[in-house]
Design a protein around this ligand. Structure first.
Ligand SMILES: [Zn+2]
Ligand SMILES: [Zn+2]
Length: 183
């Protein structure tokens, strides 16, 4: 059985669509996904001069909360994330690493002055969580614009892609698990 993925809701983030997110991430990654709150203090990761949270430092903290037996963790937050070289990031993961973090702040239509569209928000959140998990599985960015591993600079890029791995990326995932020794 594949190790589980913990979808950790950070801070006060408790969306009504949490179960749908969990289910769709499980379907797209073919892993068991558990969603639950993770009561860590986000204050140490806040950069007041930027009014954002430091994604890389937050990732390091999430590594301390990995599920048992080789599982993965994806922190999901309503707060805005950054890394020092970029204005913002939708999410961050280590290539081949077990931790990732995703912010939904810039996935809201309201952030761009548009009416609320919860369907679109959930679609975007699924794609970004699956994308960061893909990096954790060792996948790099994919030139196929419909593949979930396609890179997203703007939210429009997120809307262009699907929540699925393309044939090429899927075969790399299969190859990766095929080389994992069975014990
Ligand atoms: Zn990426
Ligand atoms: Zn791909």
């Amino acid at each position: 059985m594949k190790p589980e993925i913990l979808l950790a809701h950070l801070g006060s983030f408790r969306p009504t669509w949490s179960e749908e997110l969990r289910r769709r991430v499980a379907a797209a990654t073919d892993h068991f996904v558990r969603a639950e709150p993770l009561g860590i203090d986000l204050a140490p990761f806040y950069a007041p001069e930027r009014q954002q949270y430091h994604a890389t430092l937050l990732l390091a903290e999430l590594l301390r909360h990995l599920p048992a037996s080789g599982g993965r963790i994806v922190g999901i937050t309503a707060e805005d994330l950054f890394i020092p070289v970029l204005t913002f990031v939708f999410g961050q993961a280590q290539l081949g690493g077990p931790a990732a973090v995703v912010s939904v702040m810039r996935l809201h239509t309201e952030f761009y002055g548009l009416p609320t569209d919860e369907r679109l928000l959930v679609d975007r959140a699924v794609k970004e969580v699956v994308h960061e998990l893909g990096h954790g599985f060792g996948l790099v960015h994919c030139p196929d614009r419909s593949c979930v591993m396609s890179s997203s600079t703007y939210v429009e890029d997120v809307d262009l892609k699907s929540e699925r791995f393309c044939t090429e990326c899927s075969s790399l995932l299969v190859a990766g698990s095929a080389t994992t020794p069975h014990t």
